[in-house]
Ligand binder design. Structure first.
Ligand SMILES: *Cc1c(COP(=O)(O)O)cnc(C)c1O
Length: 451
């Protein structure tokens, strides 16, 4: 317990130092001459999460068991982030040609890359097999394509099938991948599915992996672990039928939820490993290599949005702060606020934590629709123009998943780290999108195309 609290305090202390330094160094500010919005990533925090993941599994696995922790690129598709994680020993899970291009740009080798996605084209599959990237097929039609490709050219790429264990939903419908009708993988409990799966493996000696990804935000650990137990049981059934250890690797996906309510990092990777050991102890025996695909749990706690309060007003007796952080960065929060609440940390114009009596106020973004709110009736010291708000826990699926509404630009992302003497050192990981690039992306080079 004490250790957990210490880590949380360390991270929040680093964050406050970084906010102050970001203002001092002109990355963001309360005055008109400064940037109104920026995003920060705590590189020490990211490294600590990668180490926690690696050591939690290493502590449980039989020595020498092959394991690949592949970061789910969609959670933070930034090349410097993938590079940092690769430096910490992680690979990449990709689900589109764009994500694969990012992983390759970061220098992640094919042998440490896994390709998922429910709609891979024949060209994507051909490229993955040629490069030696692991592929998890989603459905029987994709498997038929793989049959043809493997017949054309033998491949060293490991190939598996994704199953949907149909173990049930979490609290967020849109993120529940294991309901009876979820769109991913082969539905294990549908009539005839098990028999079809075993036959599919017996007919294809090159199918050597099984994949499940049944967790996500809002899914309790025992439910995620149940999906993995189903996966392991199916692998045993296939291997018994084959009379050999045909399935040699289990890809158990990601999906560890994140605590958005405080700085405490919970649940921890070690708690997830404990839940897995309880549900499927044989998973750790060394009989199978393991692949994991965590995204949110590695990055979320280490990202911070910093935005200026541009104006404040009162409407229908409700104080409203109009800020530069809204739906373009916190898309899910704006459209589904009950499922995706975020904390708001108030800072003054110098970047010092702002104190004062709590007043219920709305925190709004810059976009032109009424639902562009980060918080409603939130008790905070009364915000004033020139103050800053921090939105923590936004390192995954928030500012790295930009939404182009109102042609709002992608903001800059700066990594930060403390030097041994306690100074904050920033390094630019992504520049802010400039206006010419917004015009180009909006067809600016084709001005007369529709005349
Ligand atoms: C999104 C996704 C992940 C990562 O999920 P997190 O909840 O971010 O850990 C892993 N694997 C697959 C197949 C995914 O679609």
């Amino acid at each position: 317990m004490a250790a957990n609290t210490d880590v949380g305090e360390d991270a929040s202390a680093r964050r406050d130092l970084a906010v102050r330094a970001a203002v001092e160094q002109g990355l963001v500010g309360g005055t008109d001459s400064a940037e109104p919005l920026t995003c920060l990533l705590d590189t020490a925090g990211i490294r600590a999460s990668a180490a926690a993941l690696t050591s939690a599994f290493a502590a449980a696995l039989a020595p020498g068991t092959p394991v690949l922790h592949a970061f789910a690129v969609k959670a933070a598709p930034l090349v410097p982030v993938l590079r940092l994680l690769a430096d910490a020993g992680l690979g990449c899970e990709v689900a589109s040609p764009g994500e694969l291009a990012l992983a390759r740009a970061a220098g992640v080798p094919a042998g440490r890359t896994v390709l998922d996605s429910p709609a891979k084209t024949a060209a994507e599959l051909r490229e993955a097999l040629a490069l030696g990237i692991a592929v998890n097929a989603d459905n029987p039609q994709e498997l038929a394509r793989l049959d043809a490709l493997v017949a054309q050219a033998p491949t060293g790429a490991p190939i598996g099938l994704r199953i949907n264990p149909q173990t049930g939903a979490g609290t967020i419908d849109a993120l529940s991948t294991a309901t009876s009708t979820s769109k991913f993988g082969i539905a294990l409990r549908d009539p005839g599915a098990r028999e079809w799966l075993v036959r599919a493996y017996l007919d294809r000696p090159w199918l050597t992996r099984l994949h499940v990804h049944s967790g996500s935000q809002g899914v309790p650990l025992p439910l995620i672990a149940e999906g993995v137990r189903e996966l392991h049981a199916l692998a045993e059934e296939i291997n018994t039928a084959a009379g050999r250890r045909q399935v040699d690797t289990l890809d158990i996906g990601g999906g560890l939820p994140v605590n958005f309510a405080s700085d405490e990092e919970t649940p921890r990777f070690a708690a997830y490993v404990a839940a897995l050991r309880e549900a499927a102890p044989a998973l750790f025996s060394g009989a199978y290599g393991l692949v994991t695909e965590f995204g949110r749990a590695l990055l979320a706690k280490h990202g911070l949005v910093l935005a200026r309060v541009e104006y404040t007003k009162t409407t229908g007796s409700r104080p409203i702060a109009l800020t530069h952080a809204g739906v373009q960065l916190a898309t899910r929060t704006a459209y589904a606020p009950a499922a995706w609440p975020v904390r708001i940390l108030p800072y003054d114009a110098k970047g010092a934590p702002k104190t004062g009596d709590p007043v219920a106020q709305d925190v709004a973004g810059p976009a032109c629709f009424a639902g562009d709110l980060l918080a409603t009736a939130r008790e905070l010291p009364l915000l004033a123009p020139g103050d800053l708000i921090g939105v923590p826990d936004t390192g995954a699926y928030f500012f790295t998943a930009h939404y182009g509404y109102n042609s709002l630009p992608r903001p800059a992302v700066h990594g930060f780290a403390l030097t041994p003497s306690g100074e904050v050192r920033f390094s630019l990981a992504r520049p802010a999108q400039d206006l010419p690039s917004i015009v180009t992306e909006a067809g600016g080079d084709f001005r007369d195309a529709l005349l």
